[in-house]
Write a protein that binds this ligand. Structure first.
Ligand code: HPA
Length: 253
């Protein structure tokens, strides 16, 4: 089967053109799925000469909060298009002290604190999946290789090759005590969208990896409250870095 990579864009990345690449964009019409409609129409485009499918997780005008995203319809639609890999971009807050604003993290583990989301395709029969390692290791390694090369070219390209992603329900940010608890649990970053997305991809056997953009220090980490204005400024830098990483990755792989 020909390789077709899907990108799921999160906060700050609602359009494929957000990656600074205007080649051959074409809209694949929205598909109803057995699970309802996906977040938005899928875009079929090219990055670094390679075909990619793009899906804006929150919709093209960022209208869907994390708990309202139809994760099942999104992943099911990508499977219908026969994508062979999914790279998911998520904005996160950092809990681990070594993570700086605008760093990229390629997480290797997840702790799920979300609730009440439609989280499985296996509602009608008893089927269990192995989820010991929620992210596809081969895809993760390819992203890490690209990020390592970018860091060799430019020391300022901050990234971490592993991290535990704690997925909260949102849309509010966490309390400082919740973040202290998550730190004790072993979380390095906190976001709202990795789950159930990663598990649904695993249920359909689609290799899935994430790029987490550190857009703020998590609640209470630096003693201050969190400014949405500051987050927006960091998101811009982070999305540029994600664009560099994806282009490098797609050129190489
Ligand atoms: N918490 C949860 N989700 C987030 C955060 C955060 O601090 N920053 C960006 N997404």
């Amino acid at each position: 089967m020909a390789e077709l990579i899907a990108l799921i864009g999160g906060t700050g990345l609602n359009k494929l053109s957000g990656l600074g690449d205007g080649e051959d964009r074409e809209i694949v019409l929205p598909e109803e799925t057995p699970y309802g409609a996906p977040s938005q129409h899928l875009e079929l485009g090219r990055i670094a000469g390679r075909s990619v499918v793009f899906l804006a997780r929150h919709g093209n005008s960022h209208q869907l909060p994390p708990h309202k995203v139809n994760y099942r319809a999104n992943i099911w639609s990508l499977q219908q298009l026969q994508v062979t890999k999914i790279i998911a971009v998520n904005a996160v807050g950092s809990i681990a002290a070594h993570l700086e604003l605008a760093d990229l993290v390629i997480p290797d583990q997840i702790i799920d604190y979300s609730y009440g989301r439609e989280h499985t395709f296996f509602d009608a029969d008893v089927e269990h999946i192995d989820f010991s390692y929620p992210y596809d290791e081969q895809l993760r390694q390819s992203l890490i290789d690209s990020a390592t090369e970018l860091k060799q070219q430019n020391e300022a390209f901050g990234f971490a090759a592993s991290g535990v992603y704690g997925c909260t329900q949102g849309p509010r940010l966490e309390t400082a005590a919740e973040i202290r608890r998550m730190a004790k649990d072993g979380c390095d970053v906190v976001g709202m969208t990795a789950m159930p997305e990663a598990a649904l991809a695993r249920e359909l056997d689609i290799p899935y990896a994430g790029i987490s953009m550190v857009v703020n220090k998590a609640a209470g980490i630096d003693g201050d409250t969190i400014s949405m204005e500051e987050i927006r400024a960091v998101v811009e830098v982070s999305v540029e870095r994600v664009g560099l990483l994806l282009k490098h990755f797609l050129q190489g792989g």
